[in-house]
Design a protein around this ligand. Structure first.
Ligand code: XMP
Length: 520
């Protein structure tokens, strides 16, 4: 689990929160190495001198469900600063003699916390204001503080919203400072890391690049690696990383699933084969994918079928190349947590991301997933460090199952062709209006309903096209992008007038949560 035993770090003990990865990310953004360990796996003996701070994450549990979590209390007696977040705050209080009970008012969403006392944790957090907006997500709360703890801030519903025990260096917050909705939340984390834990910066993209290249060389030896190249940011960075590490021992396999964006295949071949001179094998598997997906409309089934077929094709080509021992993939940290928590904690499963959840049980290749501890923006920085072009690095994410999960219901060639055109017009329009880079991810989807329209003097009965454009930092949470009316009108006109098969365009205005970014 550990990336480096010797690096000074902050460890995050995961109790299953959807946001645990974000805490790690926030710490790393500060240039400090951080590592996540499950509450089920953490042992007192794992905590050596390199651990300079401990964060207890949130989680879906209740502090009185003693049998559901295991946590060695002795970990808190090591004279290492501790920050408890949400459930972590409750458990910290309970283990020190405080009380936790069900709140009268469950709090989900924005709330204000009001300053009560000074603390190192909140230094420059309130910035001369009495209150700050924070993001809460809890049903229980601390109802009685342990001895020697004091209140630093309260909200209307949570008297003990921020607390501290300065002597023991214990800090607790009822809300989530790691999510962007908490105003100035990064400051709290930075205060914990630098002022309280007193750790020095030790984590940059250059450090990561050198470490990953050395690790890959060690792992691969004289064997060959195939890399699942999709042309997206993640797999491009993986390919270039392996290219730098092992050169011609790398074989990139690009599978045209038929579920790609318009012209994608030509662009990938041009970039990686012609420009970057990598070993690239182009596999046209359009028919194979469509055949397997025929009549399938269940999202999880689609994902599993696509994931399994991907791997089968890789294995088929690996055999042809001979002496291939490894398969490299661009799996990221969020992919892991949303498929099945990396740390084995209680996070509930949202979707099977194809490059994780869809893997067949018995694989003949070993996996290399060098980005599996990185977030998207860290991957982008790493890509720049590896001299990949800005154009590749700043592409919007594109999911492995491709257009299949942007077409609820069954998949047909006709629908795919319609969707490819709509998506192409949308993305082009974003680029032409200088909006592409303001948006984290955008796409068109085709909904499995037909509605009535009128064109010329004729009745039409055609598909509904949904446009989605979101802003996000990492794909874990997202907000819809607010377009000007003129842009919406022009793209809607362009799609309806140019594409036969669509007569209505709608815009998705849901955020994540409660929605997800993709439709399936
Ligand atoms: P959701 O829909 O879960 O998407 O909010 C979060 C981010 O992940 C991308 N995504 C995937 N990427 N394989 C991938 O490589 C997948 O199976 C997959 N499913 C979703 C999605 O496009 C968004 O950026």
């Amino acid at each position: 689990m550990s990336l480096d035993q010797n690096l000074n770090k902050i460890i995050i003990i995961d109790f299953g929160s959807q946001f645990t990865q974000l805490i790690a990310r926030r710490v790393r953004e500060l240039g400090v190495f951080s590592e996540i360990v499950s509450h089920k796996k953490i042992k007192l003996k794992n905590i050596n001198n390199s651990v300079k701070g401990i964060v207890l994450s949130g989680g879906p549990l209740n502090v009185y469900q003693n049998n559901k979590y295991s946590f060695d209390k002795k970990i808190l007696r090591l004279d290492i600063p501790v920050l408890g977040i949400c459930f972590g705050h409750q458990i910290l209080s309970k283990l020190n003699g405080g009380r936790v009970k069900q709140s009268k008012h469950r709090e989900f969403g924005l709330a204000n916390v009001y300053k009560k006392n000074n603390s190192l944790l909140t230094s420059n957090f309130f910035r001369n204001k009495k209150s700050k907006q924070v993001w809460m997500s809890h049903a229980d709360q601390v109802s009685k503080l342990p001895k020697n703890f004091k209140v630093v801030a309260s909200s209307t519903n949570s008297k003990f919203a921020i607390v501290e025990n300065k002597i023991k260096k214990y800090y607790g917050v009822q809300f989530h400072p790691e999510v962007t909705h908490t105003e100035n939340g990064k400051k709290l984390i930075s205060n914990f890391v630098f002022l309280i834990c007193k750790i020095k910066r030790n984590w940059s993209s250059k450090d990561q690049k050198n470490k990953l290249i050395t690790d890959i060389r060690k792992q691969v030896g004289t064997k060959k690696v195939i890399c699942a190249l999709s042309g997206g940011v993640d797999s491009s960075v993986v390919a270039q990383l392996l290219n730098k590490a092992i050169g011609k021992k790398l074989y990139c396999i690009f599978v045209n699933t038929g579920l790609l964006r318009k012209n994608e295949e030509a662009q990938v071949v041009q970039t990686f084969k012609k420009r970057l001179k990598m070993n690239l094998i182009y596999v046209n598997a359009k028919k194979e994918f469509l055949k397997k997906l025929k009549y399938i409309s269940d999202p999880e089934k689609k994902r599993k079928i696509i994931g399994n077929l991907f791997i089968k094709i890789f294995e088929r080509y690996a055999k042809k190349i001979k002496n291939v021992k490894f398969l490299a993939q661009g799996t990221l940290y969020p992919d892991l947590i949303e498929s099945k928590s990396v740390t084995g904690s209680q996070t509930s499963k949202i979707k099977s991301h194809h490059n994780v959840g869809g893997l067949p049980k018995k694989m003949n290749l070993k996996l290399i997933e060098p980005l599996k501890f990185l977030f998207k923006d860290e991957v982008r920085k790493l890509g720049l460090e590896l001299n990949l072009s800005k154009e590749i690095i700043s592409r919007h994410p594109f999911p492995g199952p491709g257009l299949a999960i942007r077409m609820p219901g069954i998949i047909t060639n006709e629908k795919l062709n319609i969707l490819k055109e709509a998506d192409y017009f949308f993305i082009q329009a974003l680029k032409n209006h200088g909006l592409y880079h303001e948006i984290w991810q955008a796409y068109a989807a085709l909904l499995p309903v037909k509605t009535v329209g009128v064109m010329g003097d004729n009745r039409t009965y055609e598909y509904l096209c949904l446009l989605r454009a979101i802003t996000s930092e990492d794909g874990m949470t997202a907000d819809y992008y607010e377009f000007k009316k003129s842009f919406m009108q022009s793209i809607s006109n362009k799609i309806v007038n140019s594409i036969r098969g669509i007569n209505r365009v709608v815009y998705d205005v849901t955020s994540k949560p409660p929605s997800t970014i993709e439709l399936e």
